[in-house]
Ligand binder design. Structure first.
Ligand code: PMP
Length: 397
């Protein structure tokens, strides 16, 4: 018998499955709201001007593609660290933070998970209910038991904060708690700064290990606002992990631009952490790719390009908010008995629309694709497809 004879077919990725079905649909008016990608008003994935300018500049002096250090391009790691924590932060000044280039946000999470498994093998991991669909599988594949903490409240379309806090207070010391820094995926429901204060207190009181996942910085209220919680945690002097991604904020999905930062309690401890993290990298993929690191580092550290990036990111953020507002207004007209005000309150690229699996199925009959949970990507709406989406939603309610 073949070595592979007894292997079962793995379940299809639910979200990539939607894209496959969408691609196979021959209706020219089909709309894909299932993806986690930002599209511009013409339905195109943007190639940011700041990225194009940085690439043009790099091509003026084409460089050989030698290996990067294990931890990535130094200029990238530095620029990212300053973006995440603030250049004047105590953790940077005191050299307590380390940052390594990673293969997107996913790669950063996996590095963090593998690192934690080596040094805290008996801890369990807690993720929000619901969470990004890859969190569970990713931490399980690193060898952890993964649990859910209470998060979303379908009745209010917001956070069940009492439930979340109670769950945090129940976790054993040393538990690893994965928190979405901003723009919660999939629900679009975030905590207020006051609620974060209580979460931070509970994490410290319980001796929990916070792992902040920041995949959408700049898509909520702004770059600084969305990153505020990371800095608030970092000020507390507790061990902290932060994964961040430029997939969305630079529209660099396929380039795999991300980073993992770890805050230790002293510079000497941080140096030991980095040395061990480098072993995790070395045995996985040795070192990261050069191109994306050079582009992002150049944009973040060149004032004109940095300003351009911030403007372009603001443009994406504002367009998503416009789509939220228009969707709510239009649904008010087309589905007067239904309250969609919550869509305005949600932040980031997604909305848990409240549509049921059956309703999502009926949308699909009209060639509009959403996730079975009712998650829709607001960033895939545009002035051309919005009316069709609103009409279709009103029809299935
Ligand atoms: N975390 C969350 C919450 C996400 O939604 C995603 C996907 N966008 C990631 C991490 C992974 O990001 P990346 O595509 O950069 O791997």
């Amino acid at each position: 018998a073949s070595l592979f004879g007894a292997i079962d077919m793995a379940p299809r990725d639910p979200i990539l499955g939607i894209t496959e079905a969408f691609n196979a649909d021959t209706n020219p008016a089909k709309i894909n709201l299932g993806v986690g990608v930002y599209y511009d008003d013409n339905g195109k994935v943007p190639l940011l001007q700041c990225v194009q300018k940085a690439e043009a500049k790099l091509m003026e002096q084409p460089a050989p593609r030698t290996y990067l250090p294990i931890e990535g391009l130094a200029a990238y790691d530095k620029a990212v660290q300053e973006l995440v924590f603030g250049a004047d932060s105590a953790v940077i000044q005191e050299k307590r933070a380390i940052t390594v280039q990673a293969l997107g946000g996913t790669g950063a999470l996996k590095l963090g998970a593998d690192f934690l498994k080596r040094f805290s093998p008996n801890s369990e991991v807690w993720i929000s209910d619901p969470s990004w669909e890859n969190h569970r599988a990713l931490f399980e594949s690193a060898g952890f038991v993964v649990n859910n903490y209470t998060y979303y409240d379908a009745a209010t379309h917001g956070v069940n904060f009492e439930g979340m806090l109670a769950a945090l207070k129940d976790m054993p010391q040393g538990a690893i708690v994965v928190l979405h820094a901003c723009c919660h995926n999939p629900t679009g429901a975030d905590l207020s700064q006051d609620q974060w204060t209580q979460v931070i207190d509970a994490v410290i009181a319980g001796g929990l290990v916070p792992f902040l996942d920041m995949a959408y910085q700049g898509f909520g209220a702004g770059i600084a606002e969305d990153g505020a919680v990371v800095r608030r945690f970092a000020e507390k002097g507790i061990p902290l992990l932060v994964s961040n991604s430029f997939s969305k904020s630079f529209s660099l999905y396929g380039e795999r631009a991300g980073a993992l930062s770890i805050v230790a309690t002293s510079a000497e401890e941080a140096a030991r952490v980095l040395s061990q993290l480098k072993r995790v990298i070395r045995t996985n993929y040795s070192n990261p790719p050069t191109h994306t690191a050079k582009v992002v580092a150049m944009v973040l550290s060149t004032p004109e390009l940095r300003q351009l990036w911030e403007e372009e990111l603001a443009g994406m953020r504002v367009r998503i908010k416009e789509m939220r507002n228009l969707m709510v207004e239009k649904l008010k007209e087309k589905a007067p008995g239904h309250d969609f005000e919550f869509v305005r309150e949600q932040v980031g690229m997604f909305s848990y629309s409240g549509l049921t699996k059956e309703q999502v199925g009926k949308l699909r009959e009209q060639s509009i694709y959403a996730v079975d949970t009712g998650r829709i990507c607001v960033a895939a709406l545009n002035s051309t497809n919005l009316d069709r989406v609103v009409d279709a939603v009103a029809k299935v309610l």
